[in-house]
Design a protein around this ligand. Structure first.
Ligand code: ZN
Length: 435
């Protein structure tokens, strides 16, 4: 399914004017054809043969995409700059920096390996389209609007996801001292190539209170909106996440000569843990979802009882108590299964991301905008992480979702109907103007 390449004329996708209330004729419409064309062109940067996109944060294709964004912004008469963290920030030249409360719109241009063409890129190009529309139409706004392409949200190459938004939100203490990517290359150099500066990250921090709000539009990456047939999702929370690194240690042995009785087989215990993890969400309903996606078996030989197994447990929920209850229950079960299997089990938390609630006022503004356009909407949580959850440390945040065909994301098949992409950005524009 690679059909978003057709450019739909924007007249065809502007909602019925009759649905717009009488006080709205001043509200401009975004240029849908221009938006879709940009999405197509950005999909070619780091484009894979199978239709996916590989643009890992701070890699060459990612750098090309940020340059393309800067060029698009400048061509549109906007100003673009890069902060020390490598975030691209776009502003209107005629809106006097610092005179009005700032409203940030953003997402990210980097992708996972062989990811989709929309993911964060849609949110960045949506922000650009909104800003360009406001600029072209000379529309005054009560906020100074800044569009951000946050650096390295995915963390596919350099293992610090949400890098750019963390820098902006001042969460520098959480970053390693001499960060390196998975190949061992220092981030300092890669960051310098993008125009950032590792020694001056403090200059990229926005103080709490310096930002009136943050808005992010994103593909849902799940099946809810498509199943309901609703074009707009109003995100009420971004899921929290606990990731545990679990290691099970037993005793390796010959598969043919070691009797069954007395074996200390860590892979058997690991398998029981995998099933337990699923039950945490499915039967016990302690958290929303619980997953083991990877097992690392050592020595991983078909005729040897394993010596050790390592894996990660991923728990997600919209509430802190759900995450805590799931982890506590899991830890209790780990101890019991270790005892039963005669193996040692250790579990160490590697990620703890608190769930984030979106701002009530921003949710109401998104809802109102959808209703002005006569669009059906649904309030739903985000199951994936987003830059918005980091920016929530320093400002109220709001998120808009558009449907994902088949609910899939981070794969070449990632797709959203062109009219839904355009409609979402019109809702974003109205939300910005309605605040
Ligand atoms: Zn994303």
């Amino acid at each position: 399914m690679r059909n978003a390449t057709t450019v739909v004329p924007d007249q065809a996708i502007v909602p019925d004017q009759a649905l717009v209330p009488a006080d709205a004729p001043d509200t401009p419409w975004i240029n849908g054809a221009r938006l879709l064309d940009r999405i197509d062109r950005f999909a070619e940067i780091g484009g894979d043969e199978n239709g996916g996109v590989t643009r890992m944060g701070f890699g060459p294709a990612d750098r090309e995409a940020r340059s393309a964004l800067v060029q698009e912004a400048v061509k549109a008469g906007l100003e673009a700059g890069i902060d020390a963290g490598g975030n691209v920030l776009v502003r209107r030249p005629d809106q006097g920096a610092g005179e009005r409360p700032r409203l940030l719109i953003g997402s990210h241009l980097d992708t996972v390996a062989n990811g989709g063409r929309l993911d964060g890129t849609y949110g960045v190009l949506a922000g650009l389209e909104v800003l360009q529309t406001l600029h072209e139409t000379g529309t005054e706004t009560s906020h100074e609007i800044v569009v951000a392409a946050f650096a390295n949200e995915e963390g596919a190459l350099f293992p610090q996801p949400f890098w750019g938004s963390m820098v902006l939100a001042g969460r520098l203490d959480a970053l390693p001292e001499d960060p390196r990517d998975y190949t061992g290359a220092p981030l300092r150099e890669a960051l310098a190539l993008t125009g950032g500066d590792l020694s001056r990250l403090d200059t990229a921090v926005w103080a709490p209170g310096s930002l009136a709000g943050y808005l992010e539009i994103h593909v849902e990456q799940g099946p809810v909106l498509e199943r309901l047939g609703k074009p707009i999702g109003v995100v009420d929370s971004i899921t929290g996440r606990t990731q545990l690194k679990v290691e099970v240690r037993g005793a390796a042995g010959h598969a043919g000569t070691t009797p069954m009785k007395g074996r200390r087989d860590p892979l058997v215990t690991a398998s029981q843990i995998v099933l337990t993890v699923r039950q945490l969400a499915e039967e016990q309903r302690l958290c929303r979802v619980a997953t083991v996606g990877r097992l690392d078996v050592s020595p991983n030989s078909p005729n040897t009882i394993a010596q050790s197994v390592q894996f990660d447990v991923d728990l997600r929920d919209s509430t802190p108590h759900g995450l805590a209850a799931a982890e506590e229950t899991l830890r209790g079960t780990l101890a019991a299964l270790a005892h039963q299997g005669g193996v040692e089990v250790t579990a160490e938390a590697t990620i703890r991301t608190a769930p984030v609630l979106t701002d009530r006022r921003l949710r109401a503004a998104v809802t109102r905008s959808a209703e002005e356009l006569g669009l059906a909407h649904e309030t739903l949580p985000s199951g994936a992480g987003h830059d918005a959850q980091v920016i929530a440390d320093i400002a109220p945040v709001g998120m808009i979702f558009v449907p994902s065909t088949g609910g899939v994301s981070h794969v070449p098949e990632e797709h959203t109907a062109p009219e839904d992409l355009v409609t979402g950005v019109d809702v974003l524009l109205r939300t910005v103007l309605g605040l």
